[in-house]
Design a protein around this ligand. Structure first.
Ligand SMILES: NC(=O)c1ccc[n+]([C@@H]2O[C@H](COP(=O)([O-])OP(=O)(O)OC[C@H]3O[C@@H](n4cnc5c(N)ncnc54)[C@H](O)[C@@H]3O)[C@@H](O)[C@H]2O)c1
Length: 252
């Protein structure tokens, strides 16, 4: 078990890819705090069924009071915070839309969760990680940033911010023992999107597979190995990096 005695927070872990990260970290022995605006009972039940330890917290990553309460709660329960996976985002449900038609409210919502949320969660956990002289922050970006995916300008811009946030924060935390890295998943079929057979979804899936070197749909399980690696001691000398996990769809 590579993460025995570690305490991890995974935001946006009620469903989808975040749930898969939470299960994978727990399988490696970490105690996993699942933080989401939605109820996390399914994720917690699955972790416990596999013999793991887990705590669910209702957290809005865009709200500073909520993120501070999250960190305080985790420290109260477990006394430490070793790993933060910044996965929560506004993504599923965003419609492809010309950039002039994105409402100001929608633009602000995407930025508040996908960018400000990252900053707030880091601010909340870094003091504890500094005290421990060790920490792992893993930010979830998207390979849409290399593709310049059109008709999702708010989302793609927010995920570009995750990329630069990662390298700048890694440098700012030099000497603290905290490593900050990101991954850029490709288009990933999750439990919530699997059943969709509308023409747009089918076209997006097919286009993604077409771009890839490995010709099949990407699944959440394709991403968990990299997150576990970045959370573990094996990635000690890696920081400020962004790793593509997308079947070879892009190179950077
Ligand atoms: N699925 C893909 O194709 C894909 C591709 C590249 C990157 N990503 C990224 O991977 C991550 C997970 O994607 P997914 O497909 O599982 O998305 P999803 O929409 O299914 O899950 C996102 C989770 O974040 C939670 N969330 C949303 N706003 C929140 C807030 N304010 N506070 C706390 N939690 C909040 C949601 O409730 C949900 O559980 C996201 O960062 C997404 O941008 C996804």
């Amino acid at each position: 078990m590579r993460l025995k005695d570690r305490v991890a927070i995974v935001t946006g872990a009620a469903r989808g890819i975040g749930q898969a990260y939470a299960l994978a970290l727990a399988r490696e022995g970490a105690t996993v705090v699942v933080a989401d605006v939605l109820a996390c009972s399914e994720t917690i039940a699955q972790i416990r069924e596999n013999g793991g330890q887990s705590l669910g917290l209702t957290v809005d990553v865009a709200d500073p009071q909520s993120t501070e309460a999250m960190a305080a709660n985790v420290l109260l329960h477990f006394g430490r915070i070793d790993i933060l996976v910044n996965n929560a985002a506004v993504f599923d449900g965003l419609e492809l839309i010309p950039f002039e038609e994105i409402s100001e409210m929608e633009w602000d919502r995407v930025m508040a969760v996908n960018v400000k949320g990252l900053w707030l969660c880091c601010k909340a956990v870094v003091p504890a990680m500094k005290k421990q002289a060790r920490g792992r922050i893993i930010n979830i970006s998207s390979d849409t940033i290399w593709l310049g995916r059109p008709f999702l300008l708010h989302y793609v811009t927010s995920k570009g911010a995750v990329f630069v946030f990662t390298r700048a924060l890694a440098r700012e935390l030099a000497g603290t023992g905290i490593n900050v890295n990101a991954i850029t998943p490709g288009y990933t079929v999750t439990g919530s999107t699997e059943a969709r057979v509308d023409p747009d979804t089918i076209a997006r899936r097919a286009a993604a597979v077409d771009r890839q070197i490995i010709k099949r749909n990407e699944r959440p399980e394709d991403l968990t190995g990299t997150v576990v690696f970045l959370a573990s001691d094996e990635s000690e000398f890696i920081t400020g990096q962004t790793i593509n996990v997308n079947g070879g769809a892009t190179h950077h």
